[in-house]
Design a protein around this ligand. Sequence first.
Ligand SMILES: [Zn+2]
Ligand SMILES: [Zn+2]
Length: 344
Amino acid sequence: MQRISKLAILLLAFVLVIYYLALNTEGGQDFLLSRGTAAANQPPAPLSDGLHVYVCGSAAPLPAPGRAQACIAVLTPEHYFIVDVGSGSVNNLGLGRLPAERLDGVLLSHFHSDHIADLPTINVIAWASGHEGPLKVYGPPGIGQVVDGFNTALTHDRQYRTEHHGADLLPPASGIMEPVEHPLEATLEFGELTITSFAADHSPVEPAVSYRFDYKGRSVVITGDTVVTDQLRSMVDDADLLVTDALSLPIVDALHTAVSSAGNDRFAKILVDIQDYHAHVADVAELTRSTNVGTTALYHLVPGPRNRLMENIFKREFTDNMVLTHDRMWFELPAGSDEINITD
Ligand SMILES: [Zn+2]
Ligand SMILES: [Zn+2]
């Protein structure tokens, strides 16, 4: 027995020495770095047949550690779209190793800054990754002005990068985004993938839309910013997955009380104003209970929870099929089944 414990201590000491040398000597560091970079740059496994939904941003404008602003990516083996691209979300797309070179388009639900801020970043990443032709940016009326504005702001950037890397690698024409306007109610067909746009109620913000994706019998609805409407109810009634914005009234109320007593009247007013144009968790729970939606996932969290306490308050009214998202979460909806596989 004594011999075994001595051996265990020796083994532990040996592992600690190796660990120390690996992290604190140039040779050890170079070894670990080459192994790590090689592993991280293996081609990703091909996607299984079905809908794949990736949370590239789960937060609203209120600061939240570890959470980017609104962004949801939807992929099939043939197609790749992003709904909204808020600040910090392109970092999550890169960490998730999503294929920027085959991004079919960015869909903008509306033009609040927390949904569009990373548009120039995703455009440059797609361009540098070898995206064929301009990146398409879909959205309701007004999309042209938004995209043209970013294209203008990136004029110098395009010039620098083409001069530095050469026009063969970075053809200037492919670095200019192409706006694609669609009406509030629209059906966009891409092979077996259908994207349906429908009106959201984010009043007084207009236009605002939500998007539904249908592929081989599987479906996901992504709301952007809205309150619960009859149209949303009918669009999610037979959907597998609803990804919806959500506001926690108990947390926003507590914040309002705190900032009011601290004399911050500006923020206090904003905390009141935002309550009428986002779906409250209680309304999302009622929608989930009263429809046949498979799973409801909350994102664009107002405010993004900072700890377990806030997460638990968000979940107070949850039903069994409701999920609080965090950044870099995956939902897999395999074709030909009813399953939804969630990877944290
Ligand atoms: Zn908004
Ligand atoms: Zn928003």
